[in-house]
Design a protein around this ligand. Sequence first.
Ligand code: FES
Length: 95
Amino acid sequence: MINIVFVTNDRKTVSVAENSNLLRVSLREQCGLPFKCGGGNCGTCKCLIEKGLENTDPVKKKERTLLSAEELEDGYRLGCQTFVLGDVEVSWEVT
Ligand code: FES
């Protein structure tokens, strides 16, 4: 099992199986990651992998469309397109 820390939600931490989808975990465990489409089209689930970026799967084409090269470099991902392979800490903008 791996741990996901939802920093913006009072550092709520959940243990999940490897290769879990970040948005699906957030929905299931009510961790508060924003979303709309769930399919990589709206960008609402943009989030920052504060720790453990190396523990996420490769960036998808849809993420390259919705996030700038600089954002990707900084560790931003789309939660609905991101699968976790090890411990991560994730935060997002509250609007
Ligand atoms: S929820 Fe729309 S891109 Fe992830």
